[in-house]
Design a binder for this molecule. Structure first.
Ligand SMILES: Cc1cc2nc3c(=O)[nH]c(=O)nc-3n(C[C@H](O)[C@H](O)[C@H](O)COP(=O)(O)OP(=O)(O)OC[C@H]3O[C@@H](n4cnc5c(N)ncnc54)[C@H](O)[C@@H]3O)c2cc1C
Length: 440
């Protein structure tokens, strides 16, 4: 049997590897001139590769972590010392401690999320009764991490996701000194780059895929792994067209801007410790962390992750965005009037994922009412009476609970492969045919 895989990000590469290992003839078509999609690194900026997209492997029971272990890649746990920007600004340099009443309230809210069974209301509404400092923590650790403002996130989708994340293990890990792409590219079949798929015809006995350049590829089946906005915007013309339920899901599940900003300073502005400094809640950037302390050696780089309305605001500031962010860091990292951050900035780099033409967002997020729609988005296309589907869908947005992650992307690839060839998919450390529940 032959399968064409569209997209060579985490999901596409994993699906292609599994298919090849099961004796399928695989063709992988990638529109970009590189592998990895939302996994790609920046070399030469720091003493080690900085990840422009995914950076951490979430949980020691997750598939990315287990694959990294199975492939013998060096891993380190990520440790954080949390600071609130508002505290640093008023001179309270203390690390947020578990006995801080607002952090305690924030953590209790977070811990209760998986058990939330109330109405699907916006996260902002659920946060409203909390004290402002507790909200600041949760806006950074929940809204920003889920890639949207708290007004746009639905509690039902967040609860479902947190239930699933609880089972992945409690620690996060990063590769030491190696780009994360090493994990994805290991043992992957060859990929045809710069093949931007424009049409997929599944009306006949074979699937016919046509690129923008007019090249045609035929196969018995296909797996589509393109990002949500690419599917939603109709970059690929399907014949017959996608069912309305699938198009509705693509329109309704959220996706928005996500920025990663790297700031390298001529000198370190924070104390060197074994664990990384994380600053939560600056108005410009809800989460900033010192990347260097997670790497092989301390470096003077701060990374900011900015999602949702904060990202929109920053983008709207244009050339004023950087001075504004630096002014906020001046206020919390230096003595009054010293302007340490502004004065000692050596270099900066901004990655705006919404401006990537082949991705157009950070990752998908749960809007109000969208929790049940992921299954519609993921539904395979099958001709009447056919034993197996012609087209399956994978990619982070198609995972019902672990969307927005490598784990979701890889597990969605396993599901898509099973849908097409019906084969149990073994994974490292698991018996062949082990239940999906193990990793979900
Ligand atoms: C800033 C940022 C930080 C993140 N941090 C983490 C993290 O720490 N941990 C974590 O687990 N996850 C993280 N993620 C999420 C993770 O990166 C994604 O969930 C995952 O990489 C998505 O993989 P994918 O295969 O679904 O999609 P992608 O990686 O986007 O792959 C889709 C591929 O399809 C290609 N494509 C698009 N259109 C076409 C077309 N017409 N024809 C052919 N090919 C096409 C694209 O070029 C792309 O290569 C982060 C993401 C971002 C953006």
């Amino acid at each position: 049997m032959s399968v064409v895989v569209i997209g060579a990000g985490a999901a596409g590469l994993h699906a292609a590897r599994l298919l090849r290992d099961r004796g399928q003839q695989v063709t992988v078509l990638e529109a970009a001139d590189r592998l990895g999609g939302r996994v790609c690194s920046l070399d030469g900026f720091a003493a080690f590769p900085l990840e422009l997209g995914a950076e951490e492997l979430h949980g020691e029971r997750s598939l990315p972590y287990r694959l990294a272990r199975a492939r013998g890649l060096p891993l380190r746990p990520c440790r954080e010392r949390l600071h609130l920007w508002s505290d640093l600004r008023v001179g309270r340099r203390a690390v947020l401690r578990d006995d801080d009443p607002d952090l305690d309230a924030a953590l209790r809210f977070f811990d209760a999320l998986p058990a939330y069974r109330g109405r699907d209301v916006p996260l902002a509404q659920a946060l409203a009764p909390l004290a402002p400092r507790a909200r600041e923590v949760l806006e950074a650790m929940v809204s920003n991490e889920y890639g949207a403002s708290s007004e746009r996130l639905g509690m039902a989708g967040l609860a479902a996701a947190e239930q699933a994340w609880q089972k992945q293990g409690s620690r996060n890990y990063a590769l030491v000194g190696l780009p994360l792409l090493t994990l994805l590219a290991a043992e992957a079949p060859p990929v045809q780059l710069q093949k931007r798929v424009a049409a997929l015809d599944w009306s006949g006995p074979e699937v016919v895929v046509t690129t923008r350049g007019g090249e045609r590829f035929t196969a018995a089946q296909a797996i589509v792994t393109v990002p949500l906005p690419v599917l939603r915007d109709g970059d690929i013309a399907f014949t017959p067209e996608l069912p309305e339920a699938q198009r509705y899901a693509a329109r309704t599940i959220g996706s928005g801007p996500l920025l990663k900003i790297f700031l390298r300073f001529k000198r370190r502005l924070w104390p060197q410790r074994r664990s990384a400094l994380t600053i939560l809640g600056t108005p410009c950037a809800p989460q900033l962390w010192s990347s260097g302390t997670w790497g092989l050696r301390a470096d003077d780089v701060l990374t900011a992750l900015v999602a949702g309305a904060a990202a929109e605001k920053l983008l709207a500031l244009g050339t004023q965005a950087l001075p504004r962010l630096l002014a906020e860091l001046d206020a919390c990292l230096s003595a009054p009037g010293e302007r340490a951050a502004s004065r000692s900035l050596a270099e900066h780099f901004i990655k705006d994922w919404s401006a990537e033409p082949l991705v157009r967002c950070g990752y998908s997020y749960p809007t109000l009412g969208s929790a049940p729609l992921r299954a519609d988005l993921a539904r395979a296309l099958r001709q009447k009476g056919a034993a197996r589907p012609s087209v399956a869908f994978a990619g982070e947005a198609t995972h019902e609970r672990l969307f927005g992650s490598l784990q979701g992307a890889l597990l969605s690839a396993e599901r898509a492969v099973r849908e097409l060839i019906g084969d149990a998919v073994p994974r490292p450390g698991a018996n062949r045919g082990a239940s999906m529940k193990e990793c979900e």
